[in-house]
Design a protein around this ligand. Structure first.
Ligand code: ATP
Length: 441
């Protein structure tokens, strides 16, 4: 079957990611492990920059937020209380002929096998929790689960945060970390994997009177829209979808999915849910510890309610790459470049000596390179000619290339070439740091 243009874009991105050190197939030398991916030298920088930008925006720059980093494996009682052991499942169907498995809610209304057209079994609820054993004996008493979401870390530490930080409502607890789900149909590169990262916030508010929670919910909806703009995502590619009664997760009174026009269809990018006091109440019941908040002015005690915005890190990386990938075709050929927001680019600049065999040029370029690296990550390249170096930096999204030439030796100026426009300006070496620093911000 011929591939559509949009499927080609995925192929191009996967190939660029592998070729240029962003993302490799997991366990590559052993032939891989189905749908697992490893972030390479440039991918880890991009992912790190996305997480840093998130932490800065939602934790460091706000008065009403603190962060935590909880263990990946928690007491199994957590998952009884949260309802995950009972409820966290997807409907699994299997083809009676070719034995391919599908999620029946993702068949797009079809009732036959998507691969061979065979008859499908009745749907069976398949729990997505990934199980393992703690300690040497593989027995029931030692059974534990890798967390399927980071959220429970915040609820379980709610009391610790209250006791140590004494926050006043409304306030939020944020966390970035791995989550694991035994997905039935992982795929589409890093879109759906069994091991992934989330950035989540549990934002605690007073038990609302009537519709009071809606204002906070809308506030977070706005924040999430701002965030996607910061990733460089075109707003017209994102769609807010109200999840109707009966289709929401067991804990949610209202959910909005932010869907994105992926090359493989419109699918969930992020979510926003009103979890009410479901989690705190249940953890109080299961743990026997009070998880109520005491109002410092009135001494009134109650379970706060929760608004939860949630972001997938890997899906953030994927949309950032999809939006940034550009091809410019002229009579000279095709130029591929990643138009990454400078804040997210793995290298902010690259420094080149015009000629690699002129020691004076190399020494000067090295001096500039070493000075700039104190402020931000900078690449060094002295291979081939300058045109080839531009091409290589464009492909990895480096916003500015700095060339040291003979004029530099005379007047301490360099050329700065812009990734997106190809335009060049000459600037004094002494101003480089401030000039680029401002552009990055
Ligand atoms: P989906 O409907 O795609 O299975 P979900 O509704 O189960 O997603 P949530 O439980 O809301 O997802 O998880 C929060 C966020 O975590 C999602 O919006 C997504 O960005 C990310 N996420 C969830 N599952 C995966 C996965 N298997 N691989 C990568 N990211 C994921």
């Amino acid at each position: 079957m011929e591939k559509s243009k949009s499927e080609h874009i995925m192929d191009k991105i996967i190939s660029l990611c592998k070729r240029r050190g962003f993302i490799f197939p997991g366990s590559d030398i052993y032939g891989g492990l189905a749908n697992s991916w490893d972030y390479g030298p440039l991918g880890v920088e991009l992912k790190h920059n996305i997480k840093q930008m998130w932490w800065k925006r939602f934790v460091h720059q706000r008065d009403d937020m603190v962060g935590i980093d909880a263990a990946l494996i928690m007491n199994p009682r957590v998952w009884e209380a949260s309802g995950h052991l009972k409820e966290f499942s997807d409907p699994l169907v299997e083809c009676k002929k070719c034995h391919e498995r599908f999620r029946s809610d993702q068949l797009g209304g079809k009732s036959a096998c998507l691969v061979c057209g065979g008859e499908l079994t009745e749907p069976l609820q398949f729990n997505l929790m990934l199980k393992t054993f703690l300690g040497p004996a593989e027995e029931k008493a030692n059974e534990v689960y890798f967390r399927p979401e980071t959220a429970q870390g915040m609820f379980v530490n709610f009391k610790n945060v209250l006791d140590t930080m004494r926050p006043r409502l409304p306030f939020g607890i944020a966390q970035v970390g791995k989550a694991f789900r035994n997905e039935i149909t992982p795929g589409n590169f890093i879109f759906r994997t069994r091991e992934f990262e989330q950035m989540e916030i549990e934002y605690f508010i007073r038990p609302p009177v009537g519709d009071e929670w809606k204002e906070v919910f809308d506030g977070w909806k706005w924040e999430m829209t701002q965030w996607t703009a910061d990733l460089g995502v075109n707003a017209s590619h994102v769609h807010e979808v109200e999840i109707p009664d009966g289709e929401r997760a067991h804990y949610s009174k209202r959910t909005i999915d932010f869907e994105y026009d992926f090359p493989f269809g419109r699918k969930e990018l992020y979510g926003l849910a009103y979890r009410t006091d479901f989690d705190l109440k249940n953890h109080e019941e299961y743990s026997g510890q009070s998880l109520k908040y005491r109002d410092p002015d009135t001494n009134e005690e109650f379970w706060p309610h929760v608004i939860e915005p949630t972001w997938g890190v890997d899906r953030s990386v994927l949309v950032t790459l999809l939006e940034a990938y550009k091809e410019d075709t002229t009579e000279k050929g095709t130029r591929v470049y990643l138009k990454l927001p400078p804040k997210l680019a793995p290298y902010k600049a690259a420094v080149f000596p015009l000629l690699a065999n002129k020691p004076d040029l190399v020494a000067k370029a090295r001096e500039i390179y070493s000075a700039l690296r104190k402020s931000f990550p900078v690449a060094w390249d002295d291979r081939g000619n300058v045109g080839k170096r531009y091409y290589a930096q464009d492909e990895i999204g480096t916003p500015w290339c700095i060339t040291v030439d003979f004029q530099t030796l005379e007047d301490e100026t360099v050329t700065i070439r812009d990734r997106d426009t190809g335009e060049q300006v000459r600037k004094p070496v002494a101003e480089l740091d401030g000039y680029l620093g401002e552009l990055i911000q």
